[in-house]
Design a protein around this ligand. Structure first.
Ligand SMILES: Nc1ncnc2c1ncn2[C@@H]1O[C@H](COP(=O)(O)OP(=O)(O)OP(=O)(O)O)[C@@H](O)[C@H]1O
Length: 308
């Protein structure tokens, strides 16, 4: 992909905090019109990267372009194209919901008329329009999250950075967030979203970037992951060795899961049923046997299996 075709293009990003190397040469591309998910274990470096992309933290080294602007030479221009929703953010409690958004519309230089229309449009979009005259401090955590998202969108950014946007949201709000993020990507935005809720990311993201110990460990298309996980069956037995022996004797493909159990396959449903019958007949004490649900979770666990 050409650099300027992507909303974010980062190469060789490093950042240390004293002796801790939080990022060790990380590469990332976030295309326009797609949702890219950033996944990785606690401490992998995701927040550090997002802070750097949001121009709130300087990298030690690396080349980063946001909306085509080099962050070293054109941070202001990049910032004007960037919407940033941190995982926790302060709100100005004494302001009303509408005043809060208006404040950011003014800060981004929207003219008062345009700003007023934009505030109403965004409040409608994040389902807070009935709360417009309420002071921000009365909002629930989930409502504050939605206000934070509206704030990130005020200036119609081309590039969106969302750090754990679903935390604190109830199930309905999560579905709404998912639909909203998808619609922003459909309108052309480059969206980068960091979260630990893999099953949810799977429904929202087109691509995944796995970060491990400050570097990119893999990039995956969601559709490819889904196809890979199709036909896998997760089996748990009271004693694992007889199960492993039975699978080896049949040369059936399987992969051990870090969380316990084996992923067997790919197998069709009739093949899986036949195998289960044989295993039980041979005395393997299987207590759970089901299709693998989360494609991303399965790949993520396999990728991080060797972690010490
Ligand atoms: N301001 C700081 N001072 C010192 N060390 C820091 C600082 N910020 C981050 N680190 C360290 O850098 C590493 C990466 O942290 P970071 O917060 O980026 O990880 P993360 O992937 O966002 O983790 P989590 O999923 O837990 O939020 C960690 O080892 C962390 O302790």
């Amino acid at each position: 992909m050409e650099e300027d075709e992507a909303g974010i293009h980062a190469r060789g990003v490093t950042r240390s905090f004293g002796p801790v190397q939080a990022l060790r040469g990380l590469d990332l591309t976030v295309p326009y019109g797609q949702v890219t998910a950033l996944v990785g274990a606690n401490g992998a470096g995701k927040t550090t990267l997002l802070l750097i992309l949001a121009t709130l933290l300087a990298p030690d080294a690396g080349e980063i372009r946001v909306a085509g602007y080099d962050l070293r030479t054109h941070p202001r221009e990049a910032r004007a194209e960037l919407g940033w929703m941190p995982d926790t953010f302060g709100v100005y409690d004494q302001l009303t919901v509408a005043e809060y958004l208006q404040f950011f519309a003014d800060a981004y230089g929207l003219n008062p008329r345009e700003g007023g229309d934009r505030v109403l449009e965004l409040l409608t979009r994040v389902h807070l329009v009935e709360m417009w005259h309420q002071p921000v401090h009365v909002l629930s955590r989930g409502q504050k999250q939605r206000l934070g998202l509206a704030r990130a969108l005020v200036h119609r950014p081309k590039v969106l950075l969302l750090d754990e946007p679903a935390s604190g949201l109830d199930p309905r709000s999560r579905v709404e967030l998912r639909d909203l993020v998808r619609s922003l990507a459909a309108e052309g935005a480059a969206v980068l979203i960091s979260s630990h809720i893999l099953s949810e990311l799977e429904e929202i993201a087109d691509r995944f970037v796995l970060v491990d110990q400050g570097a990119t460990a893999g990039e995956y298309e969601t559709s490819v992951l889904r196809a890979e996980a199709r036909g896998l069956w997760r089996a748990h037995a009271l004693e694992e060795e007889p199960l492993v022996e039975a699978l080896n004797s049949r040369e059936a493909p399987y992969r051990r899961q870090r969380t316990g159990g084996l992923d067997i396959g790919p197998l069709t449903e009739p093949e899986a049923a036949a195998l289960l019958g044989e295993l039980v007949a041979e005395g393997v004490r299987i207590f759970s046997y089901a299709p693998v649900g989360g494609a991303l979770e399965s790949v993520y666990l396999a990728m991080t299996e060797d972690r010490t």
